[in-house]
Write a protein that binds this ligand. Structure first.
Ligand SMILES: NC(=O)c1ccc[n+]([C@@H]2O[C@H](COP(=O)([O-])OP(=O)(O)OC[C@H]3O[C@@H](n4cnc5c(N)ncnc54)[C@H](OP(=O)(O)O)[C@@H]3O)[C@@H](O)[C@H]2O)c1
Ligand SMILES: [Zn+2]
Ligand SMILES: [Zn+2]
Length: 343
């Protein structure tokens, strides 16, 4: 089996039981099976979705589970059967951790909705670790010259915003509003601007105004001061409102549908438990629609990296060591904007 020198054991941080805190754990080295590769983790972003492993919200989580699905590192071991990935190659992996190639969704090439898909950091070990074993079909090549700390968040926050936006009905230079300027939102502003949309930031306070304009927003609507729905209408109505704030009250309070143009779309990216009270009659009259979007495949992540590199999309990161994994996870709601663990 081709491999670089590796230790007999390696460190990681894991949820040892459902609902438990993140704790250090040591794993024995395991050679990759056919269909797998082993990567030395250089950077792993911290995403709100990491809580899913802790809370066991998806079927298939067993404990201990190492979280982390914004992974960038170098290939250090491959099985003899591996034809594509090479030792030393810089690669990444995201939420989509692998698919079966057999089910109906795989037969049409829609691997992210595979009926037997696995999730890095949720149903298989993730990147809060010195090493990670990845399914080969869920690996993305990282372009040369990208900072690994900035490339890691592109594996989830980046691909989710880029891949959803490129698949919506709107066309540049229509108005796109990004609601919630956090990990996803600060990338969405840049991607939307780079795709040629007139871009609006919808935030819940005045504190991100200047930064949002620097990231590509033409307008900043502070929900603590103005009626964002009415203000969007004054701008002609949004063809798309991208919702990233994980709070259903905020979505309802924003009167999002009022802010939409005719045929407009609301794109739900935030993972919000429960429902939201959208005004159905307004939806009907506007021929408006509500869409959801789950991240993307490895090929989508490669596209996202190329797009970010070509258009100067930058991720704002706060770096933590592996030993600070707990602090990194705790910093989720206060980070500006992505905590990244550098093992
Ligand atoms: N669809 C997918 O595939 C996918 C992928 C990744 C993440 N997600 C989900 O997307 C959501 C956002 O993730 P993120 O990493 O961008 O989170 P984040 O960095 O915490 O940003 C969320 C932003 O929402 C706004 N916000 C307003 N009210 C809030 C509240 N009560 N709690 C938290 N935030 C509030 C804040 O922006 P302002 O200050 O501007 O109001 C905050 O910065 C999460 O639910 C995550 O699970 C979904
Ligand atoms: Zn994520
Ligand atoms: Zn499948």
């Amino acid at each position: 089996m081709p491999s670089y020198d590796h230790p007999e054991t390696y460190k990681a941080y894991a949820f040892l039981e459902k609902g438990g805190d993140l704790k250090p754990i040591t794993f024995k080295w395991r050679d990759p099976e056919p269909g797998e590769i082993v990567v030395k983790v250089i950077a792993c972003g911290v995403c709100a979705g990491d809580e899913s492993g802790k809370l066991g919200v998806f079927p298939g989580t067993t404990y201990p589970i190492v979280p982390g699905h914004e992974i960038v590192g170098d290939v250090v071991a491959i099985p003899n059967t591996e034809k594509k990935w090479k030792l030393g190659q810089r690669v990444g992996a995201g939420w989509h951790g692998g698919h079966c190639h057999e089910c109906k969704r795989c037969s049409v090439g829609d691997f992210v909705t595979c009926e037997n898909g696995v999730i890095n950091g949720v149903t298989r070990h993730g990147g809060y670790a010195e090493y990670i074993t990845l399914r080969r079909e869920a690996v993305a090549a990282i372009p040369d010259g990208m900072d690994p700390a900035e490339a890691a968040p592109l594996m989830c926050a980046g691909v989710t915003t880029f891949n959803s936006l490129r698949n919506m009905s709107c066309k540049p230079p229509q108005l796109v509003a990004v609601q919630g300027i956090g990990g996803l939102g600060h990338i969405a502003l840049q991607v939307s601007k780079a795709m040629g949309y007139r871009t609006v930031a919808l935030s819940s306070s005045p504190s991100k105004a200047e930064l949002s304009m620097q990231l590509g927003a033409e307008f900043y609507l502070d929900g603590s001061k103005v009626d964002q729905g009415a203000e969007l209408q004054k701008l002609g109505g949004a063809a798309l409102i991208i919702c990233t704030a994980p709070n259903s009250d905020i979505m309802t309070g924003l009167r999002l549908v009022e802010g939409l143009a005719v045929n407009g779309e609301i794109l739900i990216l935030a993972a919000v438990p429960g429902g939201t009270n959208l005004p159905l009659i307004s939806l009907l009259h506007k021929r408006a629609s509500v869409r959801g979007w789950p991240a993307g495949s490895a090929a989508d992540s490669e596209d996202c990296c190329k797009f970010a590199k070509a258009n100067g999309v930058r991720v704002m990161v706060n770096k933590f060591s592996l030993e600070q994994a707990h602090d990194a996870l705790e910093s989720l709601s206060s980070a500006r904007f992505r905590a990244v663990i550098m093992p």
